[in-house]
Design a protein around this ligand. Structure first.
Ligand SMILES: [Zn+2]
Ligand SMILES: [Zn+2]
Length: 235
């Protein structure tokens, strides 16, 4: 089913030209792939990206366009990530048991969930270790232990509803930072969609790995001088 859509899109192009111009870095034939549908998904993602300049995710085998971003969306991701990176670099970030956090904190990486049924690109993903990419892979099958999504204008339901069944229970901590005007809140799911905590505007969450995570949904309107996200330098 998922094959048909991109093919119809491709028929608009000259097929010979198409084959010759497949991007050299196309990741579609990784020898590490055991999952044939994942190979197809990678191809579809590459095709949409390269020829149609459209970022997609795969949900239940179907291509779904990524939601539009906004200034507040991008800035919130950067602000949260900056604090985490700063804490890791300066050795301030500790897991339970006192071990230093060595998480790899990345944005916008394609990740295969639920045995490759879904390929998602969370806003921020935390992997326990930093690992070199084995190839020019556009999709990783490593599952992050923590995912943060910041709501996008007009499509918060994706983060608040659809994603729950995709990320949980594989991900230990799924955090939604709802930055919408009038909604500003944080929802922290731990391992199950029924296990959630809600916070007003900002909070310092305790992740399952033991690390703390400061999140804030107030963006530039944040007026809390003790906010770890927006005033962390002055701590
Ligand atoms: Zn960590
Ligand atoms: Zn703040």
């Amino acid at each position: 089913m998922f094959i048909r859509r991109p093919l119809s899109l491709l028929s608009r192009f000259n097929k010979i030209k198409l084959i010759q111009s497949i991007p050299a870095l196309s990741s579609t034939t990784s020898i590490y792939d055991q999952n044939p549908s994942l190979i197809a998904y990678k191809k579809i993602i590459d095709i949409y990206d390269f020829y149609l300049n459209t970022k997609i995710e795969i949900e239940n085998g179907l291509p779904v366009p990524s939601t539009a971003t906004s200034l507040i969306h991008g800035r919130t991701i950067m602000d949260i990530g900056t604090v985490v990176k700063f804490e890791i670099k300066s050795g301030l970030r500790k897991r339970s048991g006192g071990k230093l956090c060595q998480c790899d904190v990345v944005t916008d990486v394609n990740i295969a969930f639920t045995e490759g049924k879904h390929v998602k690109r969370p806003d921020v993903a935390f992997f326990f270790t930093r690992e070199k990419n084995l190839d020019v892979d556009s999709v990783t099958t490593r599952i992050p232990h923590c995912v943060i999504n910041v709501t996008s204008p007009g499509n918060a339901s994706k983060d608040l509803i659809t994603n729950l069944d995709i990320y949980l229970p594989g991900v230990n901590d799924y955090i939604v930072v709802d930055v919408r005007e009038g909604a500003q809140k944080i929802i922290h799911y731990t391992q199950h969609k029924d296990r959630k905590h809600m916070y007003d505007k900002r909070s310092t969450l305790q992740l399952t790995c033991g690390c703390n995570l400061a999140v804030c949904a107030a963006d530039i309107e944040c007026d809390d001088k003790s906010c770890l996200v927006h005033h962390f330098i002055q701590r």
